[in-house]
Design a protein around this ligand. Sequence first.
Ligand SMILES: [Fe+2]
Ligand SMILES: [Fe+2]
Length: 257
Amino acid sequence: MAAYVISKELDPAKDTVLFEGKDHKVIYLGSRRGSEAKGVDVLSYLVIDRGEGIIIDPGGYALFPLIVFNVSKYISLEKIKYLYFCHQDPDVCGSLPMWKDVCPKAKIVIGELWSRFLPHFGVTEVEESLEALPKEGKRIPLGRSHLEAIPAHYMHSPNHFTLYDPVSKFLFTGDIGIALGNFKYLVVNDWLEHLEYLYTPHRILMASNKVTKQWAERVKKLEIKAILPQHGAIIPEEFVPYFIKFMENLKCGVDLI
Ligand SMILES: [Fe+2]
Ligand SMILES: [Fe+2]
């Protein structure tokens, strides 16, 4: 029997199993507190299916000791099959060279546009290490399941992806659904209050309504139990339709020039 723990009481400072099914787990890595005062906060996640793991957006340099410690509670590092980076920013990729040191066999999953930038993170054997995502997205096999990389280009990065887990029905959205501000919760409780924190980053970072609307159309077809962004707070199922509507109607980026 699958169990969800998307509770309003969750502590951003603590790693937590958010979903547990038969041989499948999704873990929040307790990263938001770890990045406080050192830059913009970060939410990192781990998905395990039948003993194989993928780390979703491991975060910047300063977060590495905390994340590697927390990941090791759930899976041995040699079982990490992929290090996934939704796009190229330092708050997502800054810890990449350290991860390659401790998980030398793990594949780096990132949009193909960014593959030629990997040597600048200190990745030398790019060919052997890379699982590049084509712009139309692809399936990433994990254990006996898979994750679906869904295009989210220009939101904000020109080569950006969201990741759907068909087992937990979680959508990992990277810089989409992020919220910035001085709030303490990990799971959104009050949608109107949270909108205040969502609005400014989306207005500034997303390229235009054309792309946000297209993305909303794409993800509307999915059954989504929660939206798990890379900053701010997790959006639980009850608010997912509100968030998709928000993205459909958003005026942002070049719309405002
Ligand atoms: Fe970013
Ligand atoms: Fe980010």
